[in-house]
Design a protein around this ligand. Structure first.
Ligand code: NAD
Length: 320
């Protein structure tokens, strides 16, 4: 199967392109490189292009005889989305609608979409199942929910089939060390903590030490990027085999607090992670942990890596 990977020069997209190739599929990366890395595109053709460029997208779908799309391309900084919501609606919503339009016009009918646990906002109950009401608390999460809803209605009215995968916290790196996480600016805990322990940045700020969790710090569900990549390929197979469109969580079902992440990292690095307590950030829920059982039921997929695997792979990549 020839698969267009939008955002395939980015973190999760590049790992998924590699997994597609490992499983005998042909990834074609489409990325404007605003946040991506050309050198992370090694598993098939690379096209530098913009989601809003309908004609270029159509040409690319035609020329490469694309049969399915995995759509990662988006902006993903929650804080920035609060300050400049228009930037997020323009890129994440209008860009996705342009892509869906191109797919409809070229009769490409399968899409796997990067959604997010940010669509749940502050959940009523944890672990979070797909039955949880989606009520985002920032424009970033809202853009992901709008695209999910658009896909729902397109799928009612056309042959389009989709999988919306709601990831929890992507982390870790390719086990062979070829690619890893390299966001600019970086806002994710694990790369920030690794850079702090390697002396490459100031001490880490622990936002909130008075949450109602085991040790007072916020709890998240960290999922290895290779497990995420496998889930995308499974979702594609599931749709290609004629099954219905679906939305599901991708997480491990196990939460780790900030303190637990730092303690585990200290064991790997062999030294303490410089870190200072700081006030809570507005809109940060105490705990976000997935109930991943639907993904297992539908796709036969389960995360294989735990927090220690994630940290070892991320640390190896950062020290390399
Ligand atoms: N990283 C996480 O923990 C996480 C969690 C939940 C959901 N997601 C979603 O997963 C997807 C991938 O996340 P990531 O961490 O790999 O991000 P990333 O920034 O590393 O990758 C996104 C890629 O999309 C490209 N891009 C952005 N806008 C584009 C446009 N208009 N046209 C063409 N290319 C464009 C960027 O250049 C970049 O290479 C995003 O949609 C994000 O919202 C990520």
């Amino acid at each position: 199967m020839r698969v267009l990977v939008t955002g395939g020069a980015g973190y999760i997209g590049s790992h998924t392109a590699k997994e597609l190739s490992n499983q005998g599929m042909e990834p074609v990366v489409y990325d404007n490189l605003i946040h991506g890395h050309r050198e992370a595109c090694k598993w098939g053709p690379f096209i530098q292009g913009e989601l809003h460029d309908l004609e270029r997208l159509r040409e690319c779908l035609r020329e490469h005889k694309i049969e399915a799309v995995i759509h990662f391309a988006a902006y993903a900084y929650v804080g920035e989305s609060m300050k400049d919501p228009g930037k997020y609606f323009w890129n994440n919503v209008e860009g996705s609608l342009s892509l869906i339009r191109a797919m409809r016009q070229e009769s490409v009918n399968l899409m796997v979409f990067s959604s997010s646990c940010a669509t749940y906002g502050i959940p009523e109950s944890v672990p979070i199942s797909e039955a949880e009401i989606q009520k985002p608390i920032n424009p970033y999460g809202e853009t992901k929910l709008i695209v999910e809803r658009a896909l729902h209605w397109y799928a009612q009215a056309s042959p389009l089939k989709y999988a919306a995968l709601r990831y929890f916290n992507a982390a870790g790196a390719d086990k062979s060390g070829e690619i890893g996480e390299d966001h600019t600016p970086e806002t994710h805990l694990i790369p920030l903590a690794i850079e702090a322990v390697l002396g490459k940045r100031d001490p880490l700020k622990i936002f909130g030490t008075d949450y109602p969790t085991r040790d007072g710090t916020a709890e998240r569900d960290y999922i290895h990027v290779e497990d995420l990549a496998r889930a995308h390929v499974s979702a594609l197979h599931h749709l290609a085999n004629g099954n219905d469109s679906f939305c599901c969580n991708l997480g491990t079902g196990n939460g780790s607090t900030v303190r637990e992440v730092l303690d585990e990292l200290e064991k790997i690095a062999g030294k303490p992670v410089p870190a200072d307590p700081a006030p809570r950030r507005e809109g940060d829920p105490p705990s976000l942990v997935a109930d991943p059982s639907l993904a297992e039921k539908l796709l036969g997929w389960k995360a294989e890596n735990n927090l220690s695997d994630i940290l070892q792979d991320a640390y190896r990549w950062h020290t390399k």
